[in-house]
Design a protein around this ligand. Structure first.
Ligand SMILES: Nc1nc2c(ncn2[C@@H]2O[C@H](COP(=O)(O)OP(=O)(O)OP(=O)(O)O)[C@@H](O)[C@H]2O)c(=O)[nH]1
Ligand SMILES: [Mg+2]
Length: 325
């Protein structure tokens, strides 16, 4: 790829192929999103106008609680109803070295890989600016714009990254398991606050009932107004309770759509994205100013006590207006 026009042509070609059902083209587009940079910006510009109608369901929770097994069950149910095609993004926020877990997910999804109505892809952070919290909403828009009206996002782990990533979905499902002794920890990580649906998986094990009871009590205490997250018990291994989970997700979707909350939340997420991007750009530009003539002038004036730090900061911001394209 030599020039900007070429880049745009290549990206548009890939998008066209992906819309036509070419999975390798779609996979390449998602690699572009993962890598970030100029190609990702071009891709964002190409797909954005055609995105916005898709629905996303985030599934998050501590390692090993059964997210992939649940996801595979949900895929089975959704595809059996034959309604729409479903994409799955498996997100690994940890280092690329932990690729084993992702491979496990692929194996688990294998029964669905021959279904043309299912697309499964894992994404890892490649250290790009903003990392996964930038890449995931972009990946969702690419899927949305290329004909995938529903995406399930599985996030491994239980930290701030998961909260951020799960927060970009329309409906967030938080999974705990029956042996749940870390209620307080999950609460600390803010993971319960982002839940639209709560799942106690491995309900075939001792402790499932008390885990569900604990969750209900926490919900009682948190005095939510509006939507109260339902608590669903499942045995992902056997499929028990998964219909109820799907019904709870659909009920939440119905609630979002009838209350107008879906658009409000989506606009709010776009605003947050804009703020993040603008801030990251600003940090870059301010750092660049240090070596520019006007930046050096401002620093001299500061050192000479001709400007105080507030005035110097204002001058830096005014100078930026001249730097921006
Ligand atoms: N007993 C029991 N085991 C389950 C159930 N659901 C999943 N498992 C098992 O729990 C283990 C982890 O399941 P996964 O679906 O890979 O869990 P995960 O949350 O996707 O794990 P990571 O992606 O590694 O965080 C596997 O050995 C599953 O077979 C269940 O309902 N009951
Ligand atoms: Mg998994």
């Amino acid at each position: 790829v030599s020039g900007a026009g070429d880049l745009e042509g290549v990206v548009e070609g890939l998008v066209g192929s992906a819309v036509g059902g070419d999975r390798r083209a779609l996979a390449r587009l998602l690699s572009i999103v993962e890598r970030g940079g100029e190609a990702a910006r071009t891709l964002s510009r190409v797909v954005f106008p055609a995105s916005g109608g898709g629905y996303s369901v985030g599934i998050t929770g501590a390692p090993g609680v059964g997210k992939s097994t649940l996801t595979a069950r949900l895929l089975g149910l959704l595809r059996a109803s034959g309604k729409e095609s479903v994409a799955v993004l498996a997100i690994d926020p940890s280092s690329p070295l932990s690729g084993g877990a992702i491979l496990g997910d692929r194996v688990r999804m294998q029964e669905h890989t021959l279904d043309p109505g299912v697309f499964v892809r894992s994404m890892a952070s490649r250290g790009a600016l903003g990392g996964l919290s930038r890449a995931v909403p972009e990946a969702l828009r690419v899927l949305d714009a290329t004909g995938w009206p529903l995406t399930i996002v599985e996030t491994v782990g239980a930290g701030q990254v998961e909260v951020d990533v799960a927060g970009v979905c329309d409906t967030t499902v938080v999974v705990v398991d029956a042996g749940w002794g870390d209620a307080v920890q999950a609460n600390k990580a803010g993971i319960l606050e982002i839940a639209d649906v709560l799942v106690v998986n491995k309900a075939d094990r001792a402790g499932a009932r008390s885990a569900a009871r604990d969750l209900e009590q926490m919900l009682d205490l948190s005095a939510v107004s509006g939507w109260r997250p339902p608590v669903v018990s499942t045995v992902a291994e056997s499929g028990e309770g998964v219909e109820k989970l799907l019904a709870a997700v659909e009920e939440h979707r119905g609630h979002l759509e009838s209350s107008g909350e879906r658009e409000r939340a989506r606009d709010g997420r776009l605003l947050a994205e804009l703020q993040q991007l603008a801030l990251a750009r600003l940090v870059e530009l301010v750092a660049l100013l240090g070596s520019s003539d006007s930046g050096i002038g401002t620093r001299r004036a500061l050192a000479a006590r001709e400007l105080d730090p507030y005035e110097a900061a204002d001058r830096v911001l005014v100078d930026l207006a001249g730097v921006l394209p």
